[in-house]
Design a protein around this ligand. Sequence first.
Ligand code: SF4
Ligand code: MG
Length: 317
Amino acid sequence: AETILEVKNLKKHFDLGRGAVLKAVDNVSFSIKRGETFGLVGESGCGKSTTGRTIINLYDATEGQVLFNGKDVHKLQGRDLKQFNRKMQMIFQDPYASLNPRMTVGDIIGEGIDIHNLMSGRARQDRIFELLETVGLNAEHASRFPHEFSGGQRQRIGIARSLAIEPEFIIADEPISALDVSIQAQVVNLMKKLQDERGLTYLFIAHDLAMVKHISDRIGVMYLGALVEVADANELYRKPLHPYTEALLSAIPIPDPEIERTRERIILEGDVPSPVNPPSGCRFRTRCPKAMPECAQVTPELKEVEPNHFVSCLLYN
Ligand code: SF4
Ligand code: MG
């Protein structure tokens, strides 16, 4: 499949005043193919949401580029910009906060249709009913208000809203993190079904590797504003190379008690350092169980150390 999104040396820095700069995203590069799901994983504050927001043009890039279908999203104007605003949509962790409490569910879903003048009257209404059914709700729900729904149902409404204008690409920023575990799988399955039916491409953001496991084709692991490992999902779970990925993986329970019993859990010491003042050399070195003296001097680059498996760690130089 062709590349739909290319993120090239992206930096997003926030000026905090008095010379302090928050380097939320600091030289991130990756690409996503059409129809693929790319899982972006990291602890809170690692820059994954900022990456998503810069990709969808809620933020300007400080440096670098985001190419969507070959065009720089931060330079789009006129028709191209309008098209982009349709083709790329975002769904959020807290669907309730992003659903206007005073609007009916039907009008929430229809808003995008109206903004983009896609259809009106009966056609619009049929489209809203159809979308509700697509996400596992029904036509009667259109006249109700967001507070009448459970968390999982609200996320379905958020998904229906994003689908209303027929996007190609959806950024899902922790869409299941706030949901009960039993509901998480339902929302993931719904997203997979919609992807198959509509050829959607997803950037799926999550704070742990368990959440992206069943949906991602490839996964990128972020730490302190940088990507530390990128690989096919199966490969990453089977053979993590970066010490940070190893630690994240060791925190996921494995259903097989035999493996679970013999497995070592890696506990990372200390807190994530501030992205205003990241450590010299390797950013992970203050918490890395395998750190060596040179890790303070040399900044590792993201390198392809096995086919399609990229890692930024001096152990693989
Ligand atoms: Fe650990 Fe050094 Fe590799 Fe960084 S470069 S992850 S500190 S071993
Ligand atoms: Mg976030």
